[in-house]
Structures are given as structure tokens and as C-alpha cells.
Design a binder for this molecule. Structure first.
Ligand SMILES: C[S@@+](CC[C@H](N)C(=O)[O-])C[C@H]1O[C@@H](n2cnc3c(N)ncnc32)[C@H](O)[C@@H]1O
Length: 208
């Protein structure tokens, strides 16, 4: 059962509806296959997702994204390239993490440049907040990893505040080495490189 989360696509209990049983079952079947799981939240064009699946066939690579067109494109690419270790789902990540992941099943969660609502007045709309990080911690195994990134300094400060509120995450920059390596950048990483903008990354480790 999911907790109630305001503003999610169709309400956070949407996924509990019988009409969405097929989607839930497909997700469950994907997670039932053994192997480490990397979850990317808000994958946009999904090139990191497909590159990770292609270069690391031993990993199960999942992406959650609310924009249907992006999800359709990634699914088409995965089918074309035979990437059967990739699962892209059009869904609000908060809903999935709040009640649709077996505890500890995920090894690494990545949320890159999540909040276009970066102004302080938009604080209430941000994705990365303590309840989200608590749900992510429940979904990640002890020893697993969280990767956050932003190019806005006060959003990085929000990340730090939110992480400090969830003791199951311990900041650990060394955890970066555990992300399966890829050369592919996300769209925003690429933009930041082009515009010489700083990128603030936070790596944290799930502790007991
Ligand atoms: C600013 S973009 C960053 C995209 C990409 N991660 C990058 O680094 O370029 C934020 C992305 O997160 C997606 N998104 C926002 N809220 C979401 C949510 N609750 N669940 C899943 N995806 C979400 C948006 O549709 C968008 O593609």
C-alpha cells in the first residue's frame, strides 16, 4: 500500500487500482529477475539509461519518467537494441518508491537535476525531500547507493538538508565508484558542460 502523496499523476493510490495490474505485474516481474538494480528517476531522453543497460548487461536498469513521449522513445530503443535488462515506466517515481518496491531490492538510485522548480518559492514542489529520500532508503539495500545532482547551489543545500533528515542515508563520496561506468551524459549534464556551469553531486550510502 502506498502512502498518500499530493500532486502525483492521478493520485498516489492510482497504482493500487486493478486497472493497472498489468503495469504492476510487469514491474514485479522485472524486479524478480536476479541481478543488481539501478533505478534512474526522471531520465528524460534516457541516454544514460540505455547506455547503462547496453554496457552493463549484468545489471537490471529501470527508469521512471512522467513524460510519455520520453518513455515511448526509450522503450522503442530498448526493443530495437534487444536490451531486455531495461525497464522504462511512465509513472510518478514517488508513487513507485512509496510502496511498489520490495524493501532493499534496489542497489543504486540516481536522481539527476530533478527540480526545474529551483526558486525558493517553489520549495514545496520539489521532488527530493525527506519523505522521498526515506522511501528511496527503504527500497535500497543496506550498503546501496544514492546519487543526486543539481546545478543550483541552493538546491544542493536542500539535498543536504533532506539527507540530514534521513539517518538511513550517510553521505559518502566514495560511493561514486560503485556506479556502473558509462561515458554518456544526461541532457542537463551536457548542457552544464557546454555552459561551464558547476554541477553539485551528492553521493550517499544506505546504512542500517
Ligand atoms: C530537469 S529534468 C532532468 C532530466 C535528466 N535527469 C537530466 O539530467 O537531464 C527532470 C526530469 O524529471 C522528470 N520528473 C519530474 N518529476 C518526476 C517524478 N515525480 N517521477 C518521474 N519523473 C519525474 C521530468 O519529466 C524530467 O524529465
Amino acid at each position: 500500500m502506498t502512502r498518500d502523496i499530493p500532486h502525483t499523476l492521478g493520485g498516489s493510490r492510482l497504482l493500487d487500482q486493478p486497472a493497472l495490474a498489468d503495469e504492476r505485474d510487469a514491474w514485479k516481474a522485472f524486479l524478480d529477475v536476479p541481478g543488481p538494480v539501478l533505478l534512474e528517476v526522471g531520465f528524460d531522453h534516457g541516454r544514460r539509461l540505455t547506455a547503462t543497460a547496453r554496457h552493463h548487461p549484468g545489471w537490471r536498469v529501470a527508469g521512471l519518467e512522467i513524460r510519455r513521449r520520453r518513455v515511448d522513445a526509450v522503450r522503442a530503443r530498448a526493443a530495437q537494441d534487444g536490451l531486455d535488462n531495461l525497464f522504462a515506466w511512465r509513472v510518478d517515481a514517488r508513487t513507485v518508491l512509496s510502496g511498489h518496491v520490495p524493501p532493499g531490492r534496489i542497489d543504486l538510485v540516481e536522481v539527476l537535476f530533478p527540480d526545474p522548480w529551483w526558486k525558493p518559492k517553489h520549495r514545496a514542489r520539489r521532488l527530493v525531500d525527506p519523505p522521498f529520500l526515506q522511501d528511496a532508503a527503504n527500497a535500497v539495500r543496506v550498503g546501496g547507493v544514492l546519487h543526486l545532482a543539481t546545478d543550483v547551489d541552493h538546491v544542493a543545500a536542500w539535498f543536504d538538508e533532506a539527507l540530514a533528515a534521513v539517518p538511513m542515508w550517510r553521505p559518502d563520496p566514495t560511493a561514486a565508484s560503485e556506479r556502473p561506468p558509462i561515458a554518456q551524459q544526461s541532457r542537463r549534464e551536457w548542457r552544464c558542460d557546454q555552459d561551464a556551469l558547476p554541477v553539485y553531486r551528492r553521493w550517499a550510502r544506505r546504512v542500517a
